[in-house]
Every structure is written in structure tokens, then in C-alpha cells.
Design a protein around this ligand. Structure first.
Ligand code: SF4
Length: 454
């Protein structure tokens, strides 16, 4: 019998995280590696080493694959160097590698730029012929050919399963690299593939990882209805969370179907309550809806028994201590149940990064070591009108107010009243606890995720 070759896939954990992740509901299985594993031929054994659960220790392999977001890439390069020293070929891919190929090439034998589906089998064939190339360019293919990920390789400790139904975004927000990596075309997976995969997820809770489940057309909203109706028809009873643009409120039928199919909370990238800041960040959909109508969006979502997770940014170029304090009051007073308030982060591959780099405003620019700081909870740039330290102090003050115990309980009661759905309210409460733990990691006692409240 021919001995199988071994592919080791590694999900690196940012060097900034001091221990393994404490809050299992804040992490999701590494979908991209599950897809790469599924594309790997049967005459290979595939092992997944997931640093969310297990610190990296050296293990034998014929070929190693690593994918990383920017904040994970420092660690990815560390691990890659272990294998390079031993002469074991290493292939790197993912969003950071795709936008910083010259950097990544210094740490890998081969890199994959773009989506892996179109090219992974070629990488494997080249390796088997001992002809691995330095660089592979993946194309953004129609998602009809996307395989079901090898979920059997995921660690059983994940509290959430994950599934992707679309890729790409036609928008071009200043701070976002999705359109750079996944392209501007909004691509759908077939409804059957999505629901088949959804049904097989062992966890009760699911994160639909799409950047925007609802999309920007009637057709895309109808597709959401189709997916939800198929979930209901098959009797699948799972609870889930997704992200959507604010125009989700224009699609009553989709919201109703989502609620009936188990949606508990929708993540909205609101960013700011000020129209001029939305224009500044090129958040076109929110500008189009108009800040005066944001309350109607929250009401619509609540009316279907779904909680609202509002994501905001601190540290925009026109932010002052006053505008940030006002944003905090807005988040506290508006009918937003879970509040995510992250720090503006110039990720490579975004217009924001290119501009700040050209202006000499990246204060943490000792790369690749400093990439681990690009995690949305640290100021990595020179703000306008104050020092990075002053901005950090202001933001911490705002976080303390947002995630104060009394406020979180009040938010829970409000979510319960507005959504009339105890589970949705509990999801929003736990999401707030998760953000508190994330932003104050190592500085304050962790708050505890609850199965029930009070
Ligand atoms: S933030 Fe959302 S809407 Fe804007 S470009 Fe990224 S994915 Fe698209």
C-alpha cells in the first residue's frame, strides 16, 4: 500500500492574545482551511492544528498550509519559519498574504493570492511533481463549484459552527478589504449547497460569515427567503447570527423568513451616527438610508423578534473627544442591543491604509511584528488633533461607559421589550459581554457569558 502524504493546515492565533481563547462563543471554525482540506485529493491525510485550542508544537508533515488575517500573520510567519528551517515546504494564503505578497514570499515557499478554490489542486499537483512555484493566483470563481468544507477536522470545542452563503461586495468602504480580496461582484452559493452544509453543522449555534447576507438586489433578498424556507421545510432548528447591510429593513418577507428559520441577531455595520463621517468612510448604503431613518431600521428588525448588533468606529479622522462621547450616548440610547465599538484600523489592502501610509501616519510600522497590533482594539495610527495615547484613553473611557454592568442589563431589558424574544435578547447581552472581554482583555476581570439572565 502506498503511504499517504500528509498536509498539515494551521490556524494561527495572534501573538497578542495572552492565552488560548477563553470565550468559545467569540471564535469560529477556520472555514478557509476546511475548504482547502476538502480540495485536497484523497491520497493525502489532512490534519488541522488550530491554535484557538492548542498551542503550536512541531509535528511532521510533507506540506504545510497556513492562512492568516492581518492580526494573525505575525504568528503565522513564526510558525512558518519552524518548517522552513527543517526544509518542509510551506504554502501561505488568505487575505493578508494576498495584499502583501512580497512580504509573505519571504516566509513561505509558495503563496496563494486570492481565493484558493481555483488553484489549490494545481498547488498540490506541482508539489507532487516537485515543481512548486513561488506564487499562485487564484481566481474568484462562481460559488457553484465551491466544495463543502471538511467540518470533521474542526475542533469540537467551538460553540458556533459557521457557513458562508455569498462572497464579494460591490461597495468600497474606506476601511474594508473585502472588495480587494473577494472582488466587487456579489456571488451566491446555490441554496441547496448552503442548506446541506447548514444542516450538517453539529453545533446548535451558527454564524453565517457573509459580509452581507441580504445583498443589494431583489434577487438576493429572494434568495435569503429561499434559504430560510428550505431550512424550515427540512425542520432544521438552529439559532444563528448574520451580518447585513441596513437595507435589510426594506425586506419584510426576508426578515420574517430569517426569524422563522432561527435568526437571533443581525450585525449592522453602522460605523457612525454622523452623516458626514459616513460620507468620509464612503459608507454609501448608510448615507443613502440617512441617519434620520436609522431608528426605523432597528424597529423593523425588532418587529421580527431579532436583536440588533450595531458596529461603530472610534477614531475617525473627524472624531474629537466630544464626537466620541456623543457616539457612546447614541449607542446607549438608540435601540441597539449589542454594541461593538472598535478602533479605526488601517488594514493593508484598504484605501485607508494606503492613505495613512502615504501621509506617514502609521505609528506601529515595524512589520511584520506590528501586524499583531492591527486587531481593532489598539490605536496604530497618528490621529488628527490628539496623540495616539490620548485617543486610546478617550476610547477606553467610552468603552467603560458602554459596557458598564448597569447599561448592559438595561440593554438586555430593552432588547427583550423591543424584540419580545428572550433568546434574541440573551444573544445580544452575551455579545456585549464578549466585546467587553475583548476590549479589556487582561486589564479587568472577565464578565461571564450567561445561559439565562438574572
Ligand atoms: S464594510 Fe461591508 S459594505 Fe463596506 S465594503 Fe466592506 S463588506 Fe462591503
Amino acid at each position: 500500500m502506498i503511504k499517504k502524504r500528509k498536509l498539515l493546515l494551521i490556524n494561527p492565533l495572534s501573538t497578542k492574545r495572552d492565552g488560548l481563547i477563553r470565550d468559545q462563543s467569540s471564535i469560529y471554525p477556520p472555514l478557509a482551511l476546511g475548504i482547502v482540506a476538502a480540495l485536497t485529493p484523497d491520497h493525502w491525510d489532512v490534519e488541522l492544528l488550530d491554535e484557538n485550542f492548542e498551542r503550536f508544537t512541531y509535528r511532521e508533515a510533507d506540506l504545510v498550509g497556513i492562512t492568516a488575517l492581518t492580526s494573525q500573520v505575525t504568528r503565522a510567519y513564526e510558525v512558518a519559519s519552524v518548517y522552513r528551517e527543517k526544509g518542509i515546504p510551506i504554502v501561505m494564503g488568505g487575505i493578508h498574504v494576498s495584499v502583501m505578497p512580497e512580504e509573505a514570499e519571504q516566509y513561505a515557499d509558495a503563496i496563494v493570492i486570492g481565493e484558493a478554490e481555483s488553484i489549490w489542486t494545481v498547488v498540490i499537483e506541482d508539489f507532487e511533481k516537485d515543481q512548486l512555484k513561488k506564487r499562485y493566483n487564484g481566481q474568484s470563481m462562481p460559488l457553484v463549484e465551491s466544495p463543502q468544507p471538511r467540518t470533521d477536522l474542526y475542533h469540537s470545542g467551538y460553540a458556533f459552527g459557521s457557513v458562508q452563503t455569498t462572497r464579494g461586495c460591490p461597495m468600497s468602504c474606506d476601511f474594508c478589504s473585502v472588495h480587494t480580496f473577494n472582488g466587487k461582484k456579489y456571488r451566491f452559493r446555490p441554496v441547496k449547497d448552503v442548506v446541506d452544509e447548514f444542516e450538517k453543522i453539529p453545533q446548535q449555534n451558527v454564524y453565517i460569515v457573509d459580509d452581507n447576507l441580504i445583498g443589494y438586489s431583489k434577487k438576493s433578498a429572494e434568495r435569503v427567503v429561499e434559504i430560510c424556507k428550505e431550512i424550515i421545510r427540512r425542520g432544521i432548528k438552529k439559532d444563528w447570527l448574520c451580518a447585513a447591510s441596513m437595507n435589510v429593513a426594506e425586506h419584510d418577507e426576508a426578515l420574517q423568513a430569517m426569524a422563522e428559520a432561527g435568526c437571533k441577531m443581525i450585525f449592522l455595520g453602522i460605523e457612525s451616527e454622523l452623516i458626514e463621517q459616513l460620507e468620509l468612510t464612503n459608507k454609501r448604503m448608510n448615507v443613502k438610508i440617512g441617519t434620520d431613518h436609522f431608528d426605523e431600521v432597528y424597529q423593523k428588525i425588532h418587529a421580527h423578534g431579532i436583536a440588533v448588533l450595531g458596529a461603530f468606529i472610534f477614531g475617525l479622522d473627524t472624531d474629537t473627544p466630544e464626537t466620541m462621547a456623543n457616539r457612546t450616548q447614541y449607542m446607549i440610547n438608540a435601540d441597539i442591543d449589542a454594541m461593538q465599538a472598535s478602533i479605526l484600523t488601517p488594514l493593508p489592502g484598504t484605501p485607508l491604509f494606503n492613505r495613512m501610509k502615504a501621509e506617514g501616519r502609521l505609528v506601529h510600522n515595524h512589520f511584520p511584528e506590528d501586524w499583531s497590533r492591527y486587531d481593532f482594539v489598539e490605536v496604530v495610527f497618528q490621529p488628527t488633533g490628539m496623540s495616539p495615547q490620548a485617543l486610546t484613553a478617550e476610547i477606553k473611557k467610552n468603552w467603560a461607559l458602554l459596557y458598564d454592568d448597569k447599561n448592559l442589563k438595561r440593554k438586555f431589558m430593552n432588547a427583550l421589550k423591543k424584540s419580545r424574544n428572550a433568546e434574541a435578547a440573551l444573544w445580544s447581552y452575551n455579545s456585549n459581554v464578549h466585546y467587553y472581554n475583548l476590549v479589556f482583555e487582561g486589564e479587568r476581570d472577565h464578565k461571564v457569558i450567561k445561559d439565562h439572565i438574572f
